[in-house]
Design a protein around this ligand. Structure first.
Ligand code: ZN
Ligand code: ZN
Length: 355
């Protein structure tokens, strides 16, 4: 079986992959992914980094080694940008904040397990290119925040075995023990940020998560894509976020990228740099259209069935679990909102879908 680009081990070399952009690959070990690309933009004051890996020691050791390759140290990093609220992207942010006093910037809706940010100055003008400051939440507020997550398709958590349940509990408890990154400033769609002295436009791109952002350099045609557009896998579309139709949001956000203008080069968060951005976007949309049609076919065989049943018919057994169910739910909801499926809640709380 061939290994996907996203599953290759992190390279130790640092490479300039677009004007001003150094790629630094960090090791991560989560299902289907073996590295994350941290991009570094040196400037006269030091450097900005984007998506600094998992919060573990292996990622952090690699961060320091890669910076040294570029004659930089942790203390030189004045700004950390985070494309979205997944730990392989925001993990190193807390250490850059603690060790270098770096600003940590994310989208204004950035939220880890429902913990939203507080804005200090929500109406700062865009012209000054300064992201808005955030007031950190107090310990009392965090303690009062609702714990756990509602499973909209029924039940009160993963219902597919102990392995999932343990993973779920671990995620829930880690969210309460400091995994949440210390975001100090937020941005909105259309804002500009300076990366290595070059102006990049913030592009809100909900779908993979509600708070996902990309960064676009109109002069060079460079797109920092995060997990929105990946070279050889399709990003996970979760039904467990605040979006009412995550798949439609994802399609709209893909169109938003094509409409940006000249796209010379895509710098994804996983896998290699690539150039044919519109071609890759079309392939990702095609994949999801095929999945939607497959679900309609499955419905013909199963009749009214639960999200778990659909996910078992759609995914191979080794992928079964909360991620597969969440993505299946997002697709079924999209069909329902298009009028191509109907849902009904059973007495035990489980949603039944039929096309
Ligand atoms: Zn992600
Ligand atoms: Zn990722």
């Amino acid at each position: 079986m061939s290994t996907k680009q996203e599953q290759q081990e992190a390279r130790t070399t640092v490479e300039e992959v677009a004007p001003g952009a150094l790629r630094m690959q960090l090791p991560i070990a989560i299902p289907g992914l073996r590295h994350v690309n941290m991009y570094c933009f040196p400037d006269a004051r030091g450097a900005t980094v984007i998506d600094p890996g998992l919060p573990d020691d292996a990622s952090w050791a690699a961060v320091k080694q890669r910076l040294r390759e570029a004659d930089l140290e942790v203390r030189h990093v004045h700004t950390v940008l985070v494309t979205h609220s997944h730990p392989d992207h925001f993990g190193g942010a807390a250490r850059f904040r603690a060790e270098a006093g770096a600003r940590v910037i994310a989208h204004e809706t950035f939220s880890v397990f429902g913990e939203h940010l507080h804005l200090a100055e929500p109406e700062v003008s865009v012209e000054n290119l300064e992201p808005r400051a955030v007031v950190p939440r107090s310990a009392e507020e965090l303690a009062a925040a609702p714990s756990g997550m509602h499973i909209p398709w029924g039940g009160d958590g993963p219902a597919t075995g102990d392995r999932d349940r343990k993973q779920w509990e671990r995620i829930r408890s880690s969210a309460r023990t400091g995994l949440t990154p210390p975001v100090t400033h937020v941005v909105r769609h259309g804002d500009m940020v300076q990366l290595g002295g070059r102006p990049f436009r913030v592009v809100h791109s909900p779908g993979h998560t509600g708070d996902h952002i990309c960064f676009y350099d109109p002069e060079a045609g460079t797109l920092l894509a995060g997990d929105h557009v990946l070279p050889s896998i399709t990003p996970h579309i979760s039904g467990l976020n605040s979006l009412s139709d995550p798949l439609q949001a994802f399609f709209d956000s893909l169109d938003r990228i094509v409409e940006l203008g000249v796209l010379q080069r895509c710098l994804p968060a996983h896998g290699d740099v690539f150039d044919d951005v519109p071609g890759r976007i079309e392939a990702i949309k095609r994949h999801h259209r095929e999945r939607l049609n497959k679900l309609v076919e499955i419905s013909r065989k199963l009749g009214p069935a639960t999200v778990t049943d659909y996910s078992h018919a759609l995914f191979s057994e080794r992928a079964w679990g909360i991620m597969a169910e969440s993505e299946t739910y997002a697709h079924l909801e999209h069909l329902r909102l298009l009028g191509r499926a109907e849902s009904q809640r059973r007495d035990d709380g489980q949603l039944l879908y039929v096309s």
